[in-house]
Ligand binder design. Structure first.
Ligand SMILES: C[S@@+](CC[C@H](N)C(=O)[O-])C[C@H]1O[C@@H](n2cnc3c(N)ncnc32)[C@H](O)[C@@H]1O
Length: 251
């Protein structure tokens, strides 16, 4: 039966990958590389660089596929994401049928770790539930952008004995979580931290973590917020895209 490897590839640095992931990469027959839409060209390049570096003399077969885009006309967020996942599931089923032999091994290099704000596992479950194609899959963990953020700033995520809340900018804007003194924010298309209007927070901000363009800013939110907004806008203009993660910590 076909086997799919979901390989956590870390948040961008070619060294931030486990030996288990490299072994898994070396055992794969074909890699599926998302090429368009939500995926930025640089992220596809980062995947190819990973293959080049770690596969060495065994050239990999790679198959690019276009990521469908979410239909913004669908008002309900849950429905919009479900429709999007269904469209990707159809693409995956076709890829597996066309490019993996009966006992072959296909692989996805999943950004960071597959367990954190990534839908690949859910989509594979949907493909399997569709029943049209039989396969097994396994997950190889990777370094998350959250770990890369903490390491780059040289901090622990939690204060002693206290919880950490990981959330999205969309949810942060709805309500600031009051169940933790440490809040990690991901998937911020803008600058949600600047709209909080609080002066009891520190921020540890990181963009393009692990890459040559990494930017770090830390300080009292009220004091560094304007700097981060300016640096973020400049970097975004320069590169054409932005990936940032930050920790907000109650003082
Ligand atoms: C779809 S999520 C994927 C997260 C990924 N699975 C992980 O383990 O980090 C994308 C978000 O992860 C964060 N992210 C991923 N890579 C990053 C990086 N190199 N630097 C900063 N943030 C990153 C950003 O918040 C971005 O909006």
């Amino acid at each position: 039966v076909r086997h799919i490897l979901l390989i956590g590839m870390g948040p961008g640095h070619p060294d931030q990958i486990t030996l288990q992931a490299i072994e898994a990469m070396r055992s794969a027959d074909v890699f599926f590389i998302p090429a368009k839409g939500e995926e930025k060209a640089e992220l596809a390049e980062a995947r190819l660089a990973m293959l080049e570096r770690h596969l060495r003399d065994r050239p990999a077969q790679t198959v690019g596929y276009a990521m469908p885009v979410r239909n913004q006309a669908t008002a309900d967020y849950g429905e919009r994401v479900r429709d999007w996942h269904d469209a990707i599931a159809d693409i995956f089923a076709d890829l597996f049928r066309e490019h993996i032999g009966d006992a072959g091994r296909g692989a996805f290099l999943v950004w960071g770790d597959p367990s954190l704000y990534d839908s690949t596992i859910r989509i594979l479950d949907a493909v399997r539930a569709g029943g049209e194609i039989a396969f097994t899959y396994e997950v190889i963990p990777g370094v998350t952008s959250v770990q890369a953020l903490a390491a780059a700033h040289g901090i622990a995520l939690n204060t002693v004995g206290n919880p950490v809340h990981v959330t999205t900018a969309r949810r942060l804007k709805e309500e600031f979580p009051d169940n933790a003194d440490s809040v990690v924010v991901m998937l911020d298309g803008g600058t949600a931290f600047a709209e909080l209007g609080r002066d009891d927070l520190d921020i540890f901000w990181g963009a393009y973590l692990g890459t040559k363009d990494e930017i770090l800013v830390a300080g009292r939110l009220a004091e560094v917020s304007a700097d981060i907004q300016r640096i973020r806008a400049e970097a975004r203009d320069r590169k054409g895209w932005m990936f940032d993660t930050y920790l907000l910590r109650k003082r």
